[in-house]
Design a protein around this ligand. Sequence first.
Ligand code: B12
Ligand code: SF4
Length: 497
Amino acid sequence: MLIYAVNYSIQNPLGGVAPPSGLTWIQKALHESGFSYHVCDLSLAKEKGDIRRFIQQAMRTYAPDAVGISIRNIDTSVNPPRTFFPFLKEVAGFVRLETSAPMILGGPGFSLYSRKCMDIMAADYGIVGEGEVVFPDLLKTLFSGNGVTPELPGVITRRNGEFIEIPRKIFDNYRNFGMARHDGIDYDAYEKIGGYYPIQTKRGCAFNCIYCDYPYLEGRKYRLRDPLVIVDEMENLSKTYTMRHFFFTDSVFSFPTDFCGKILDEIIRRRLDITWTAYVNPKSLTLDLVERMKKSGCSRVEVTVDTVTRPTLLTYQKNFTQEEVFQADLFFRQCDIATYYWVNLGGPGETAETFIRNLNHLDRLTHVTKGWIGVGFVVLPGSPLYGRAVKEGRIEKNGLSEPYLYVSDQLPKDYAEQIQRFAIFHPSWFSVYDMLDDDYRKMAMKIISHKIRDHWPMQGDYGRIRHEKYHQGGLQVFSHETYLKTLEEKQQHILKR
Ligand code: B12
Ligand code: SF4
């Protein structure tokens, strides 16, 4: 049994709909090793009560010999971060009520917080990192019944109450993994909730942005799939189900640019009737590549610039220059590609001066379909920021069992008010602070309940309403402390209801 443990409450268009992409690769590996499997996808549960029902039904129907749980999310990664550990504990509890079969954990969230997950979920085994090779091998060893503790790369388990952890491995033969298997995933249900097929073209990121754990999760060297196989997979999916939308799950889809170009050319050559979106980086973008993006069905790009001043681009260790950010903005405008910008102010090295300069530079971007301003970074195990936070005495070495948010202590006192004012005068920009506005929440609820995939026009409308409201005196800006306090009160109120 493969359980996709994604909290149903964040499976919505604003948080991004994410089908179990890791499990598509696990399915493929199990199939090739001769195992049969069933997927229990908790992210399709609509109500809280469905979680137990989904698990119970799946367990009683299939009586599995082993249960693999895919742990994707650990927290919301916004300010303040909300942890999903209680949800994960609940999932494990429901599984244990049904079976004593070995429980094996994996997934990106697990790879970041393996010990904590093992503890709160009382799991038997976990696999840190990629699962294609190790998961079937672990099952074979367990089912062979010789009682040997499997010494396989990435496996974590306990012996006499102590953790045993075998170092993980990054697999060089990724290119030979071929094509993921999507048969256990209900893409028609995902189509109804505004989903995208997850499709991976490579693993790894050679850059070293300070807050980022993707190189830790996927490796620092690019491992590329065959472009023909990638587009075969896309073509098969688009012919099998009704959904037409793809999300390239690569850390950065646009880099290396020549590899990205080969995939785009193949989609264009086959005239696939699809749309796609992806994380795109300003590094080395050319007008020619952006034109091919448009021609191959790009519906929007997600650009994680994070910061735009020269000093903070350096402290954030971003791999592109300020000039490349503005150049990319121009290309997207020329090709009329919708652009979501992700900015995170208040990270390491941010000062009062760079903070204001950042806002001024954001004002210079000409083609922002939607922009999001976050404050601070959740410190992720495996990221360079982790080491810096330890050095600065913010967190203890090996002491990260709960999400910790890193916010620069040199920000101007009224940074929250400044972000809100910036957004009010730039209707395409939003931030965590909008979440306290009832009109924003209403708009978000409408998007969620009507499953509106392309929701930026509605957000743009809200941006304009917000501007008018502010002028009419119906909208006050507030401090970060007030934000935290009010958010807490609102959440308590919802919990009571
Ligand atoms: C693409 C992506 C997205 C896309 C997904 C689009 C789509 N259609 O799928 C979008 C933008 C929607 C998105 C949204 C969010 N994301 Co995101 N996302 C990613 C990203 C870059 C890739 C995930 C992926 O698909 N990988 C490809 C698959 C093949 O790899 P995999 O899942 O890791 O699976 C492998 C192994 O983990 C393992 N494995 C997986 N399952 C299992 C199960 C078992 C039993 C075993 C043994 C092994 C195993 O084997 C697999 C094959 O090798 C990761 C970062 C990363 N580089 O991993 C973040 C990541 C998963 N996201 C993260 C977060 C937080 C979120 C959001 C909550 C953000 C938010 N506040 O909205 C939302 C949640 C959405 C949701 N509904 O769950 C975090 C989760 C960790 C954490 N801090 O909680 C990550 C790790 C990024 C980070 N900052 O660290 N995301
Ligand atoms: S933020 Fe993007 S470019 Fe930077 S290290 Fe992470 S995945 Fe690579």
